[in-house]
Write a protein that binds this ligand. Structure first.
Ligand SMILES: Nc1nc2c(c(=O)[nH]1)N[C@H]1C(S)=C(S)[C@@H](COP(=O)(O)OP(=O)(O)OC[C@H]3O[C@@H](n4cnc5c(=O)[nH]c(N)nc54)[C@H](O)[C@@H]3O)O[C@H]1N2
Ligand SMILES: Nc1nc2c(c(=O)[nH]1)N[C@H]1C(S)=C(S)[C@@H](COP(=O)(O)OP(=O)(O)OC[C@H]3O[C@@H](n4cnc5c(=O)[nH]c(N)nc54)[C@H](O)[C@@H]3O)O[C@H]1N2
Ligand code: SF4
Ligand SMILES: [Mo]
Length: 753
């Protein structure tokens, strides 16, 4: 297919119709995905299912439920569940194709160990485990206990995360271990903790349907969360949809107002809106008085952000600013949503809090159709935020707090001195730690660092300095596995049991409905095996299976805002169509029976998690963009999701023939027609894109959806992060993936640069 495509999809309970359009031509193809193992065609009679089970999807954080049709206990087919409160019978192309990506020639079937000649060779699990322990223990003996670390993921089960976090930090003497959720959700975590007193996204998906004004900041729902987008389209109130995004995305095209602001001018823009709302007295004084703190200081701060000034900084004119402020004022139920356009920024935390401030000052929180709502990314990013034992001690507790450590130690019957008394280094600090010779051994689980981390050329160099790199993944050919000394083959979604927590805090089940290939093992089993070989097996003797771990996590959550002690067992989760936290034993707010009624939001009583029960207004002056375009590198590079059919580094989605057809295979760069003319670039031509750190070759996609002076490259191609600049939000340490300076030239004229 042409790389010059725009995807459109419509989803229904009968099937998913996907069509895409060449920019310079008519509709070229249309494909209807019907239930079937490979998404297409009839199911052969021999494979007619004899049973069905339900489980949540393993790609994005929406957490759709899929009916898995089984024959003799094995999955042969799937359809989206109609009776699940999340997706109401819908699924996006990735969901429909979830089974086919499991079948692939490069699935890891046996551990691989790098030999003396530098080749990865198959070994048995015993040798793999002996090598794992010997090499890591040797590094610790030579360089100290803290010289080994791990990097994990938002794509394994909560129980696996908890076991990994406990094994490494309580059993193996590690202190530093972080997740790829740092690349994704760290900003929201810090923003919520500081503002609300706990990392607590307040919404339920029904809010998409209950709002009369929906404000989406840096969020391309149509592509990244297609079923949430369907929920928006289900909204019966004819809502005003305001999209704040420098690009005219698929979501922006469908909006009623699109603010095509200058990248990273969000903070000024949001303060400007607050300025107008205060100036016009369009605020909820009673709510502010009763439930918040810091408003007077905030009012003083935003006085500097007069509409004229904000218009000149953001490129959004005063009239449009007023229109948005008026819409927010007139809305009865206004919800604010944000994703990576906010989180992945060198001032992300304050930007997220500027959104939270708008919700608080207008009293748009704790009621149906309202909220300051961060949308998560990966299927279990929310599980990672609460139970991975990385940034927080298990259950949203604090490593630095002796009482929290004692509490967790008591529940787990371990010695409190086993628990580190400081939080982990963040992902970037671990990477820098390798450079500073502090970290000599690294274990990477379920993330593809050598593709997705920022500034890849440096990242590769740094990974290659390690004395020992272990990578645990479903596939044996990822960019990161290729650099490993030891590869451990993991089972994936559908090949193991456990729970995920979705964006609206809903705990859902995944189940084993297929056999992992060869000797591949569930991450859970690999962690247990390592505990045994390491010599700390006793500590985890009763962490026998996922549900046993779930019971422990329940106890750890007791009394926390994420208390889930009221969930009896997995069976109850299944019967209720997932359960949102909190759900305490003492909770009188028992979800009503009947799946579709099972939903709720936080802060309905106006009580937040700070000691004074109030939410805080937090703010700061905007910062300078560290690398803005200049005469040598005149374009600003934006990166992000390209199509609904591609998932991140494509280790999974590239394995589906159907999904492959739905997304461009080759890397492409979107460039505005005006800039293309200046550079002499035509659509589909090969161009070079270069930053100070690296260069790549891509197909040009000339399109007015990007503004002049900006270009966009999806993150799904391994070269994208050769260009990005390693800079971070100071509070959350989240990488700022969406702003660096590049130049673009036709391949032919490259020599004269
Ligand atoms: N198909 C698909 N779906 C996915 C994923 C996937 O890989 N593929 N990944 C999942 C994950 S882990 C995540 S985190 C989510 C991400 O979901 P999204 O955050 O919606 O996706 P992105 O494309 O990264 O970024 C959103 C938008 O931010 C805009 N943006 C860039 N700079 C700025 C800025 O300065 N201000 C504003 N306001 N906007 C800006 C970009 O133009 C982009 O359209 O998607 C999830 N869903
Ligand atoms: N330029 C740029 N870069 C970005 C972003 C951007 O917007 N722009 N977005 C960032 C964001 S938000 C994110 S979340 C990251 C994602 O970056 P990554 O986490 O690197 O992306 P994935 O391709 O999802 O990698 C997950 C890996 O886990 C493996 N895997 C899947 N399931 C399992 C399992 O059950 N067990 C094990 N052991 N392995 C499994 C997959 O095969 C894959 O190799 O990328 C970040 N990078
Ligand atoms: S929207 Fe997300 S959870 Fe739902 S089917 Fe698609 S990838 Fe799966
Ligand atoms: Mo993400």
């Amino acid at each position: 297919m042409s790389t010059n495509s725009r995807e459109q999809s419509s989803l229904s309970r009968r099937g998913t119709t996907i069509s895409w359009r060449a920019t310079d031509g008519p509709l070229t193809q249309e494909l209807v995905l019907k239930p079937g193992k490979f998404g297409l065609g009839q199911v052969p009679a021999a494979l007619q299912p004899d049973a069905m089970t339900q489980m949540v999807c393993g790609f994005c954080s929406t957490g759709c439920s899929l009916n898995i049709h089984l024959r003799c206990g094995k999955a042969v087919n799937l359809t989206p569940s109609v009776d699940y409160p999340v997706n109401l019978g819908m699924a996006c192309p990735k969901g429909w194709e979830a089974l086919s990506v499991l079948d692939s020639a490069d699935r890891g079937t046996t551990p691989l160990l790098r030999d003396g000649r530098g080749k990865l060779r198959p070994v048995g699990w015993h040798e793999a485990m002996e090598t794992f322990c010997r090499r890591f223990q040797k590094i610790q003996a030579l360089h100290g206990m803290e010289s080994i670390a791990f990097l994990s993921t938002g794509q394994i089960t909560t129980e696996e995360m908890a076991l990994l976090g406990a094994l490494t930090k309580f059993g193996m003497g590690m202190v530093d271990g972080d997740g790829n959720t740092r690349q994704c959700m760290a900003t929201s975590v810090v923003a919520y903790k500081q503002a609300f007193g706990f990392d607590a996204p307040p919404y339920t998906y029904q809010d998409f349907e209950e709002s009369d004004v929906i404000v989406l900041v840096g969020s391309n729902l149509c592509i990244a969360h297609p079923i949430m987008w369907q929920r928006v389209l289900n909204n019966p109130h004819g809502p005003e949809i305001i999209v704040v995004d420098p690009r005219r995305t698929e979501t922006a095209m469908a909006a009623t107002q699109h603010l095509a602001l200058r990248p990273k001018s969000d903070l000024a823009l949001l303060y400007g809106l607050a300025n107008i709302l205060i100036r016009e007295d369009w605020i909820d004084r009673q709510y502010i008085e009763s439930h918040t703190s810091g408003f007077n200081e905030f009012r003083g701060h935003v006085a500097e952000f007069a509409p004229d000034h904000v218009a000149s900084v953001s490129g959004v004119d005063v009239k449009q600013l007023y229109k948005v402020a008026t819409t927010i004022h007139e809305g009865r139920r206004v919800s604010f949503w944000w994703t990576m356009g906010v989180n992945q920024s060198y001032e992300g935390v304050r930007t997220a809090q500027a959104i939270i401030n708008l919700a608080l000052m207008t009293g748009n929180i704790g009621r149906p159709g309202t909220g300051a709502n961060s949308i998560t990314g990966q299927c279990n990013a929310m599980g990672s935020r609460l139970f991975s034992n990385t940034t927080n001690l298990l259950g949203g507790r604090d490593f630095a707090n002796a009482k929290d450590r004692r509490n967790v130690a008591d529940i787990l019957s371990i010695d409190a001195s086993c628990i580190p008394d400081r939080p982990s280094w963040s992902y970037n600090e671990i990477i820098e730690g390798i450079l500073r010779d502090k970290i000599k051994g690294l274990w990477i689980i379920g993330t593809n660092t050598a593709h997705s981390w920022i500034n890849q050329n440096t990242c590769h160099d740094i990974l290659d300095r390690l004395d020992f790199l272990v990578v645990q993944d479903m596939y044996s050919t990822t960019e990161t596995v290729r650099r490993a000394d030891l590869f451990l083959p993991a089972a994936g979604w559908g090949e193991k049991d456990g729970t995920f927590i979705n964006s609206e805090r809903r705990i859902g089940l995944i189940k084993k409905i297929a056999q992992a290939p060869g000797q591949a093992l569930a991450d859970f089993s690999i962690f247990r095996l390592i505990a045994e070989h390491w010599g700390c097996g006793k500590m985890f003797a009763d962490w026998s299976d996922p549900e046993a771990v779930f019971q422990k996590l329940k106890q750890i959550s007791r009394g926390q805002p994420c208390d889930i002690t009221g969930i009896r067992d997995y069976q109850m989760i299944e019967a209720r169509g997932g359960i949102q936290w909190p759900f305490a034993e003492t909770d009188h707010h028992t979800p009503r029976e009947g799946n579709l009624e099972n939903h709720r939001r936080l802060f309905e009583d106006g009580q937040f998690f700070h000691a004074d029960g109030r939410a805080k207004f937090l703010f700061e002056l905007p910062r300078e963009m560290p690398e803005s375009p200049n005469s040598h590198y005149p374009y600003l590079l934006l990166t992000g999701r390209g199509t609904a059919a591609q998932w991140h580094t494509q280790t999974r989605t590239a394995k589906s023939a159907v999904l492959q057809q739905l997304g461009p295979r080759q890397i492409y760069v979107e460039i505005n027609p005006q800039d293309a003319r200046v550079e002499g670039i035509r659509s589909s031509q090969d161009v070079i894109v270069e930053s100070q750190r690296g260069r790549l070759r891509a197909k040009a996609f000339v399109t007015p959806t990007v503004q002049p002076g900006q270009v966009f490259i999806p993150m799904h191609y391994d070269a994208t992060n050769k260009l990005t600049l390693a800079h971070f939000d100071p509070y959350s340490k989240q990488p700022s993936y969406k702003d660096c300076a590049v130049r673009v030239r036709c391949v032919e004229s490259w020599d004269d640069v």
